[in-house]
Design a protein around this ligand. Structure first.
Ligand SMILES: [Zn+2]
Length: 236
C-alpha cells in the first residue's frame, strides 16, 4: 500500500485514519463500544459511524486535531506529508496554492502541524525567521478568501500535491509522515516511542516491500520501526 494513494479523495483518507487509529477495529469514543458500531453511508460525512450502545455518532477524527477542521481530511494529510517531505520548509503561501485554501488557513494549518509534529519533521519547531516575515504573512491575510475554494476538485489538488513532491524520496517520507501524524494526533494514540501500546492504540508496521516501498499495517513494535527509519534519533 502506497500511503500517498490515501490522499487523493476523502473516503480513502478516512479509511486510512481509521486503520491508523483503530487497528483493532472502530471504537466509540463516547462509551468505548467496539461491537455494536456501524459505518454510515449516504448523507452523512465520510467516515461517520454510529454506536448502537450509546446511540451517538462518531468518527476517527474525534478527539484529534482533525475534529471540527474546516479542511477535508485528505487535504490535511497532504499538508502533513508535504511538511514531512520538505522537512518543514514549504511556505504557507505555496501550501495554500497546492491545497486550494486561503493563505490564512494554510498558515494556521502549518503552524498547528509544526507545533505538534515539528520536532519529528526537522528538529526544533519552525518559527518565522523575523518579525518582518511574520508581518508579511499577516498582511496576506487581509486578502482573505473563503477557507476552501470549492472550485478545487480533489483531482486538481492531488495533481498539485504530486507535482510538489517531485524528487522527494517517498519511501523515506512515508516513514516521516507516519511519525508526524502519530505526533499530530497526540493523545488519540500512545506515543510511537512506547514499546508497548495501550488498548485501542495504533501499532505501526513499516515494512519494505519488493519495490522498496514501506507498507503501513498492524503488528510490529513502533520502536523497532522507528529505529529502522531514523537510526540516528532512536527512542526517547
Ligand atoms: Zn458509544
Amino acid at each position: 500500500m502506497c500511503l500517498i494513494d490515501c490522499f487523493r479523495y476523502e473516503d480513502p483518507a478516512c479509511d486510512f485514519l481509521e486503520r491508523f487509529l483503530w487497528p483493532e477495529g472502530p471504537i466509540c469514543p463516547h462509551c468505548g463500544e467496539m461491537e455494536r458500531v456501524r459505518h454510515l453511508y449516504g448523507s452523512t460525512a465520510p467516515g461517520t459511524w454510529k454506536c448502537y450502545a450509546c446511540r451517538k455518532m462518531f468518527s476517527a477524527r474525534m478527539k484529534t486535531p482533525f475534529h471540527n477542521s474546516h479542511l477535508p481530511l485528505h487535504a490535511s494529510l497532504q499538508a502533513i506529508y508535504l511538511l514531512a517531505a520538505t522537512q518543514g520548509r514549504i511556505g504557507s503561501s505555496r501550501l495554500a496554492t497546492i491545497l486550494g485554501v486561503s493563505q490564512r488557513a494554510a498558515w494556521l494549518l502549518k503552524k498547528r502541524i509544526m507545533e505538534r509534529s515539528g520536532r519529528h519533521i526537522d528538529g526544533p519547531v519552525q518559527q518565522p525567521s523575523s518579525l518582518i516575515a511574520a508581518l508579511a504573512e499577516l498582511a496576506d491575510w487581509q486578502d482573505e478568501r473563503p477557507s476552501i475554494d470549492r472550485s478545487w476538485s480533489c483531482d486538481l489538488r492531488y495533481d498539485r500535491f504530486r507535482l510538489a513532491l517531485d524528487g522527494a524520496d517517498e519511501t523515506k517520507t512515508d516513514g516521516l509522515f507516519l511519525v508526524s501524524l502519530h505526533r499530530f494526533v497526540g493523545d488519540a494514540i500512545p506515543a510511537i516511542y512506547e514499546s508497548t501500546v495501550g488498548a485501542g492504540g495504533g501499532v505501526l508496521l513499516l515494512s519494505e516491500d519488493c519495490d522498496g516501498q514501506f507498507e503501513f499495517d498492524l503488528g510490529i513494535s513502533a520502536r523497532s520501526a522507528l529505529a529502522r527509519l531514523q537510526p540516528g534519533i532512536g527512542p526517547r
